[in-house]
Every structure is written in structure tokens, then in C-alpha cells.
Design a protein around this ligand. Sequence first.
Ligand SMILES: Nc1ncnc2c1ncn2[C@@H]1O[C@H](COP(=O)(O)OP(=O)(O)O)[C@@H](O)[C@H]1O
Ligand SMILES: [Mg+2]
Length: 297
Amino acid sequence: MVEANPPIDEIAKGVRMSIDSSDMAPAAALDTPEQISADDLVFDVSDLSVYYGDFRAVRDVNMLIKRKEITALIGPSGCGKSTVLRSFNRMNDLIPTARVEGDLLYRGVDLYDPRVDPVEVRRRIGMVFQKPNPFPKSIYDNVAYGPRVAGKKKGLDDVVESSLKKAALWDEVKDRLQESAIGMSGGQQQRLSIARAIASDPEVLLMDEPCSALDPIATARIEELMAELKDEYTILIVTHNMQQAARVSDRTAFFSVQVDEANDRRTGLLVEYTNTEKLFSNPDDERTENYITGRFG
Ligand SMILES: Nc1ncnc2c1ncn2[C@@H]1O[C@H](COP(=O)(O)OP(=O)(O)O)[C@@H](O)[C@H]1O
Ligand SMILES: [Mg+2]
């Protein structure tokens, strides 16, 4: 069976910071000044900017992310959605010029503290990419990959089965687990990517446009699956599809781009972050209004 997450302190011994409720006032990021209990607060992002070299790609990111909710990141191409998403599990570390400024706390731990182990971060905060990326291995080996790398030898069959079940793929593949994953349909491959992330027993799943390479039927299956996964996981999804954000998410963050006339540089910024229903029906910011009504974008 999948083991429960070890205590957070195993990511970074002694790095834990106290979260006192007075620090939580920036719950203003949500439209109702909700008090989020420490248990429910997964990420606390304040004044985050992400740079590539000297270029500030995105700024002003302030978000509180609640447990077992789906948060959508939307906005025009180039506004920094992927950049921000990758900062949530230190995937930007793999880009040599990338660096962050500001604070990104995961369960009270500064994810960018030098004592934090990025490998453990990526196990707890899994990622699913735009293009399904199965390894040229069997279906079984794809799902067992993460646990094996983590040194798990016993109970792999159970992990593979439960992960494929949670990813709504088990019934389709249970009789061909030893076949190559490369022969699967795009929608199946994307559910396999989800199963592979789940097999490492994460708390959070980051998804970067997970449906953009899929047909409408496969897309609908992933959306249904997300609604199921929400019972167990906290999900952040980047999507260029506003209808998808409206359908699947609890909260939405709208990013836009500001052009600096002096040097023609484009910087992304977080414009508005609130309940999905409010963002799409009664946004506070005119830029959000223009985007969702199609006047810009
Ligand atoms: N690896 C990189 N190196 C340099 N600039 C990058 C890199 N990745 C993205 N950018 C730039 O950062 C900005 C935000 O990109 P991105 O996060 O991909 O936006 P989105 O996902 O919203 O389309 C863009 O100006 C893009 O050109
Ligand atoms: Mg992107």
C-alpha cells in the first residue's frame, strides 16, 4: 500500500517556520477574507517574481493555495503561467538562468531554502506536462518508476494498481501492464502520466495544459478525473482554455502581460486571484473583465 506522507520536516530538517494566524491576513487574495487554518494552507506565495537572467518574466504573484482545491492559472500566452507553475516544485531549477525572488512557502517551509531537497520537493509536488511523456518502457515500469527510484522494492504491484485506479486507467490496461506505454492513445498516455505522478504519493499535482494535445473526449475524461482527484490531492492547473478553468477549478488566478515601451520587454504579472465563480462573473479588475469577455487576449 501507499504509505502516508512522512512529516514535512523530513524535506528540510529544522527549516519549518511558524505560521501565525496574523500572518494570514493576505487571505485578501481570496474575495472573502477567509481564515485558512494551518492544516488547509498548502502554499503561501508572497511577492514572488521569477527571472531568466536579467529578464523578469513574471512579478506580483501573491497566492494562498488551499488543500484539496483546484486552482487554475489563466492568461494570454507568455504571461508566465508555466514559469510560475514550475516554481511550485522547483522545476525551474533545471533552467540554469532561472531564479526566484520573494517567498514561496510550502506547508510553512521556504521551498527555496538551500537546505531543502529539490528531489523530495518534486516527489511531494508532482508534475504533469502538456505533452504526455511516457518512458519507452512498459506501462507497469512507467508507474513503478518513481517508487523504484525512491528505493521501494516491496509492494510495487499494489502501488501500480492503486495509482492506475486513481488515474482511471486500470480497467483499460490491467491485462497489458507489460506492454509498451508508447502504444497507448494520447488520452491514455496523459492518464498514465498522472498515475506516474500519483505513484510517488504526492500531496500536490501541478498540471501544465494537460489537455492541450487531447481531443474533446479525452479532455472530458481528464476533467472528470480531476474532479475525483480533488478528494485526495491539491491541484494547480495551467490552461489556456477559460471554459476549462471555469468548469474544473475552485479558484482562478488571471495573469496578464505588461509591455515596457522603453525597451519593449514584456513582463507577466498576476492581476487577480479569487473564487472562480467570481472571477468569471464579477471580476474586480478591468483587465480581467476584458480578457474573459474576449476583448483582449
Ligand atoms: N527557459 C527560458 N528562458 C528564457 N526565457 C523564458 C524561458 N521560459 C520562458 N521564458 C519567457 O518567460 C516568459 C513567460 O513564459 P511562460 O511561463 O512560458 O508563459 P506562459 O506559460 O504563460 O505562456 C515569456 O516571455 C517567455 O519567453
Ligand atoms: Mg505555458
